[in-house]
Design a protein around this ligand. Structure first.
Ligand code: SAH
Length: 368
């Protein structure tokens, strides 16, 4: 049966992994290039359709391997053209993947874990708890499925020009599965995206940032959300382990690699929490010396949250202060909020093994 432990899912392997796989079964490593082209350029997952492989090899692959992407459980399209898919992997878990079309590009936002263990207090994925890491095939398979659903490259039109790891989960806590997926996004025989068009976003896992810098050339986004430690600890508990000074030092090391020119800092503006002019001024001091861009994200509410979005005039004032201080700052347009596809709204279906959502509900009950 496909997907059982006796079959290897070739979506789990990047270019180097596939070459090793073919070598290990006594085949020429260049079979990897043939299979990659079938899968990622032609969308073919049936070995029998891979006509430049011998009949023997096709039959053999059918016995030992599968090409199994995640299953698309549902698709919703927003008024503004944003598309959200719920994708499942068996066992009841499901994650969400979002496509954001813009006039000159199409960005796909993918997930790296079912749920998240970091408990950022303003994020609905965090409130759901954590179930498990995704495999490489489950990560790259989201892109494969979205490309298929969107008719990517049909008539030569590229629908997906950028991929961001900004969906559910902390990608650097799932490094070993994320890295081959990044490599398939970059690989010409995979999705062939330029380094600046693949962005990994992290809540600030310092050792992971260093590992990423050494491993592959992609763009880095860091979820900062506060210019000082005590406030950041309240929003991103991981800050207790990796405080701002250490995080900034890791960002400096990241851009010291000549290929990686700048870091994007994400800053979600939450009413009365981190949106005061004084926060903006501190942010200027903090970021002035790091080659960076600042992405201001209006807080997106979700059921049960105690936070609210900053009013538009405060967002504008915040942006003016940081820009006057010399930072490059944009305000992220909220997209897909009518289908709960905006930042921090991705919930999927998490079989929460930390029982966090249960504890939160109990705490809310006893507070009433
Ligand atoms: N764990 C990674 C990947 C998630 S990216 C990270 O933290 O970077 C999702 C981005 O949306 C992060 O910057 C996150 O902090 C932000 N975000 C989370 N909840 C949000 C919300 N409710 N409104 C706006 N932005 C939110």
């Amino acid at each position: 049966m496909p997907g059982t432990s006796t079959h290897i899912n070739l979506f789990d392997l990047d270019h180097a992994g596939l070459r090793e796989f073919f070598a290990s079964i006594g085949e020429k490593p260049f079979r990897a290039e043939q299979v990659l082209k079938w899968v990622y350029h032609h969308g073919q997952t049936d070995f029998e359709g891979m006509t430049n492989l011998s009949a023997d090899l096709r039959a053999r692959l059918g016995e030992i391997a599968v090409l199994e992407p995640p299953r698309v459980l549902s698709e919703q399209t927003s008024r503004d053209g944003t598309v959200k898919w719920l994708m499942g992997f068996g066992g009841g878990n499901a994650i969400e993947t979002v496509y954001i079309p813009e006039p000159n590009r199409g960005t796909l936002c993918i997930s790296s874990q079912v749920g998240c263990a970091l408990n950022c207090t303003f994020c609905s994925t965090g409130a759901q708890g954590f179930s498990r890491n995704l495999t490489t095939g489950e990560i790259i398979g989201q892109v494969w499925q979205a490309a298929r659903a969107l008719g990517h490259e049909r008539n030569g039109r590229r629908r997906i020009t950028n991929v961001v790891l900004m969906g559910m989960g902390e990608p650097l806590l799932n490094f070993d599965a994320v890295l081959p997926a990044l490599s398939l996004l970059r690989d010409d025989l995979g999705f062939g995206l330029a380094a600046r068009r693949v962005t990994l976003s992290t809540a600030g896992l310092v050792p992971g940032i260093d590992r990423l810098r050494d491993a592959i050339d992609v763009a880095l986004a860091v979820s900062l959300h506060a210019p000082e430690d005590d406030l950041r600890e309240q929003l991103v508990p991981l800050n207790r382990k990796y405080p701002i000074a250490e995080l900034m030092a890791a960002c400096q090391r990241y851009v010291s690699d000549k290929h990686k020119r700048s870091v994007t800092f994400e800053y979600t503006l939450i009413d009365g929490m981190n949106d005061h002019p004084e926060h903006a001024r501190k942010l200027v001091k903090l970021l002035r010396r790091v080659p960076s861009k600042l992405n201001l994200i209006p807080f997106n509410p979700f059921p049960g949250t105690r936070f609210r979005c900053s009013p538009p005039e405060r967002i504008r004032a915040f942006q003016e202060i940081v820009m006057a201080g010399g930072l490059i700052a944009t305000v992220r347009k909220t997209r897909g909020d009518d289908i709960d596809a905006a930042c921090g709204q991705l919930a999927g279906r998490v079989l929460d093994r930390t029982r966090r959502s249960e504890r939160l509900r109990a705490a809310a009950g006893s507070a009433q």
